[in-house]
Design a protein around this ligand. Structure first.
Ligand code: FAD
Ligand code: SF4
Length: 515
């Protein structure tokens, strides 16, 4: 055997760089399902099922493409349980001259595979992942010499470099780069009205087999499978893309930040998992949104708002991950040490807004961005949860969770643990923000306007406690000046009442329920 081409669960693309020069007469592909990838964090059942189902469907696509494949199933009696052990055994059995792969999305996995290759005395050819618009090298060049990184500048550079939404003079269409101000709508009291049908397709026989395996083998893992219907093939991902462009993109921009109880999808794309598994390329997704704008089917603010997520945020967080790892994982700028409340894994809390987001997360493996940033993320930030604990939770529960994208979003954007590299300020707010953006508070036992006392909203109590706790460290940030000024106006008795209650909240509900 000349080359053994390694394909991981988030590299399901027949056109990936690992296949350049592939010769079926001399080369073979290797894929392995291993328990460690589902247990190094306590992965949810929907997430495990998505990866396994998509891998098994990709194995069929490789077969159809005539590429010889060595595939290890999780339920094989002699499965060794880790990628490293399985690869070492494959090398022993197949005796390739070299290993080839596309750069993986996870630093830990790259180190593990490098070690196996070195121990076997084999070259490991790690190739550029051209799935992305921007290579890690290009990102490093963008970051070099800048005191502060800001997504907006990176995004403008990307628009220019790739000619996206530009006029004939190379200037942004509509005369501005960013229509964010138009993307902050909330629904009025009547709610979102008739929403497009969810994108989902019922699981086929192969996916059903995986669902049965996961239900049996990972029964004690969080999450539920009854509503599992994520795209697991390129064909179904392409169908999901075209339905999104037709049905949801027109109102995506307007309601990007909205929250509504019992409505997980609203006008969001539900494409992150398909993108992260590489069933779709970001180029085709951006091109589809741009074409819909040029055809007059979607407003510019929606097309731009959506494209900014893919060409801007998604590429930006990847650049941060690969230029900052492995140190990034240990950052904790706010010295947050509290444990994660156990009910993050069950949804059993009296806080109506969090209960809705958590139960939905466990049922579907999905929450939209504002639910992640301004509900589950905000609560952990205000409470002072240790970044490693909340990181493990995000990596475990969402079907789109792969470390390169999850970690900077969690540690950087949502927890401010990198001290401002990703975000120019911590995203902090009290329960009154949630009251403004959703009707959750009217069905909740707490009251968002109360700062302490039995009925005080835990977001609000901890928001004020956060401002008191971090006055020295963050008080000089001009973007937070007004919030800190308001905190200074609290009298001593109120400060003490807030601090006592916040401390009691931090100490409550922390019994662990992970194995
Ligand atoms: P839409 O809201 O419709 O957005 C369209 C696409 O843009 C998404 O499919 C996604 O590919 C991309 N996108 C949007 N925002 C971001 C972002 N901030 N970073 C990277 N890409 C973005 N996204 C993941 O893909 N995996 C994760 O593990 C993940 N963890 C997150 C953790 C936290 C704490 C936060 C605040 C955000 C996280 N995100 C993550 C980003 C974002 O919330 C999800 O990409 C989005 O909710 C996926 O749903 P959608 O496909 O319906 O997205
Ligand atoms: Fe959430 Fe507080 Fe509103 Fe209850 S009162 S729904 S906990 S923001």
């Amino acid at each position: 055997l000349r080359h053994l081409v390694l394909v991981l669960g988030d590299q399901l693309d027949l056109e990936a760089s690992a296949f350049d020069g592939f010769d079926p007469a001399q080369d073979a592909v290797w894929m392995a399902e291993v328990a460690e990838e589902s247990t190094h964090v306590w992965s949810s059942q929907p997430r495990i099922a998505l990866f396994l189902a998509a891998m098994r469907h990709f194995a069929l696509a490789l077969e159809r493409a005539g590429r010889p494949l060595h595939y290890r199933r999780l339920d094989a009696p002699d499965n060794r349980g880790s990628l490293a052990a399985e690869l070492a055994a494959a090398i022993e059995a197949l005796r390739p001259q070299a290993l080839v792969m596309t750069a993986p999305g996870d630093w830990r996995v790259l180190q593990a595979l490098r070690k196996v290759a070195a121990q076997a005395g084999l070259a490991l050819d790690v190739r550029e992942d051209r799935h992305f618009f921007c290579s890690v090298r290009e990102f490093a060049a963008h970051a070099r010499g800048r005191k502060q990184l800001r997504m907006e500048y990176f995004y403008r550079e990307q628009r220019r470099r790739h000619g996206v939404l530009l006029d004939a003079q190379g200037e942004p269409l509509g005369g501005q780069w960013n229509f964010d101000a138009e993307n902050r709508g909330a629904f009025d009291a009547r709610g979102p009205g008739l929403l497009p049908e969810p994108l989902w397709e019922p699981p086929d026989a192969l996916t059903q087999e995986v669902l049965a395996l996961v239900a049996q083998r990972f029964a004690h893992h969080p999450g539920r499978l009854a509503r599992f219907a994520w795209p697991v093939t390129r064909e179904s991902a392409l169908r999901a893309l075209s339905r999104f462009i037709e049905e949801r993109l027109p109102l995506f921009g307007q309601y990007q930040d909205a929250i509504w109880p019992g409505q997980p999808w609203l006008y969001h794309a539900q494409l992150s998992a398909a993108l992260n598994l590489k069933l779709l390329t970001p180029r085709e997704v951006v091109a589809a949104a741009e074409a819909a704008y040029h055809a007059g089917r979607v407003p510019l603010a929606s097309a731009e708002g959506f494209i900014r997520q893919i060409l801007g945020w998604r590429e930006y967080v990847r650049g941060i991950y690969w230029t900052r790892m492995p140190d990034y994982l240990d950052l904790n700028a706010l010295d947050a040490q509290a444990p994660l409340p156990a009910w993050y894994w069950s949804g059993e809390t009296e806080m109506a807004c969090l209960r809705d987001a958590l139960v939905q997360t466990l049922d579907t493996g999905y929450a939209h961005h504002i639910q992640r940033l301004m509900l589950t993320g905000l609560y952990a930030l205000l409470r002072g949860v240790a970044p490693r604990e909340i990181h493990a939770w995000y990596l475990a529960v969402y079907v789109d969770a792969v470390e390169w994208v999850e970690l900077p979003n969690t540690l950087g954007m949502s927890q401010y643990a990198d001290g401002g590299l990703m975000a120019s300020k911590p995203y902090i707010a009290s329960g009154k923000y949630i009251q403004r953006m959703s009707p959750h508070c009217s069905g909740c036992r707490y009251r968002p306007e109360l700062r302490h006392g039995e009925s005080a909203c835990p977001f609000t109590v901890q928001y004020w406690d956060f401002l008191i706790r971090h006055a020295d460290q963050l008080g000089s940030n001009p973007r937070l000046a007004m919030q800190f000024r308001n905190a200074q106006r609290l009298d001593e008795a109120e400060r003490q009442a807030i601090q006592r209650q916040a401390q009691a909240l931090r100490e409550a509900d922390t019994a662990t329920c992970t194995p």
